[in-house]
Design a protein around this ligand. Structure first.
Ligand code: ATP
Length: 194
C-alpha cells in the first residue's frame, strides 16, 4: 500500500505552492481544506448534522453551504466551533481514506493546515513542514488576500507555534527565498523520502 506523507504549514507558509510542485513531480496530493469545503455540499448526512447543530440557515435557498452564516455563528461560540469540527473532521477522514484506497503510487501526500494540531502526523509515514519568517508570510498573505498586517498577524497568533511544529516535523522547508529555491528544496525532500 502507499506511504502517506503529511504536508503542513501555517498561514502563508507556502504549503499549497509546495503541493503543486509535488504534483508536478507526479505524486498525488489530497487537499484536506479544499475537500472539506466540497464535502459540506456533497455529503447529505453531513448536511443534516450541520443543520441540526447550527440551524437551517447553514444552507441557502439552493441548499449550498452558507459559509458566512456559519463563520459568524461559530465565531461567537467556541463550543459550537468545536462541535462543528467534530462533525466535519471525521467526514474528511473518511473521504481521505476512500481517496487513499484508489491511489496506486507508492508515495502519496496529504496537505492539511492542522497536521500536528489534530495529531494526523501519527498516521503518516513522514511529515513535511513548510515555514518562513513571520514578516515574509504576513506580506505574502497581504498581497494574496488583501488582508491587513494586523489581520494576518492575529490568524498567525492563533495557530500552533512554528518552533513546536519544527520539533515534530521529519522534514522542514524554509520558504524565505524565491520560488526556484522552494522548488529545489521540495525536490530534495522528495528525494530524501524516496
Ligand atoms: P494558506 O494556508 O494561507 O492558504 P499556504 O501555506 O497554502 O497558505 P501559499 O498559498 O502556497 O501558502 O503561499 C502564499 C502566497 O505566497 C501565495 O500567493 C504564493 O504564490 C506566494 N508564495 C509562496 N512562496 C513564495 C515564494 N518563495 N516567493 C514568492 N511568493 C511566494
Amino acid at each position: 500500500s502507499s506511504k502517506i506523507i503529511g504536508l503542513t504549514g501555517g498561514i502563508g507558509s507556502g504549503k499549497t505552492t509546495v503541493a503543486k510542485f509535488i504534483e508536478n513531480c507526479g505524486f498525488p496530493v489530497y487537499y484536506s481544506d479544499d475537500r472539506a469545503k466540497e464535502i459540506v455540499n456533497d455529503n447529505p448526512e453531513l448536511k443534516t448534522k450541520i443543520k441540526e447543530l447550527l440551524g437551517d440557515e447553514s444552507y441557502d435557498e439552493n441548499d449550498l453551504y452558507n459559509r458566512k452564516y456559519v463563520a459568524k455563528k461559530v465565531f461567537e461560540d467556541e463550543n459550537l466551533l468545536d462541535r462543528l469540527n467534530q462533525i466535519i473532521h471525521p467526514a474528511v477522514r473518511i473521504d481521505f481514506e476512500n481517496w487513499v484506497k484508489k491511489q496506486t503510487k507508492y508515495l502519496i501526500f496529504k496537505e492539511t493546515a492542522l497536521l500536528f494540531e489534530l495529531k494526523l502526523h501519527l498516521e503518516c509515514y513522514q511529515s513535511i513542514l513548510v515555514t518562513a519568517e513571520d514578516n515574509i508570510r504576513i506580506k505574502r498573505v497581504m498581497d494574496r488576500d488583501l488582508k491587513t498586517y494586523r489581520e494576518v498577524q492575529s490568524i498567525m497568533e492563533n495557530q500552533m507555534a512554528e518552533k513546536e511544529k519544527i520539533k515534530l516535523a521529519d522534514h522542514v522547508i524554509y520558504n524565505n527565498a524565491n520560488l526556484d529555491d522552494l522548488k529545489e528544496q521540495t525536490e530534495k525532500v522528495i528525494f530524501e523520502i524516496e
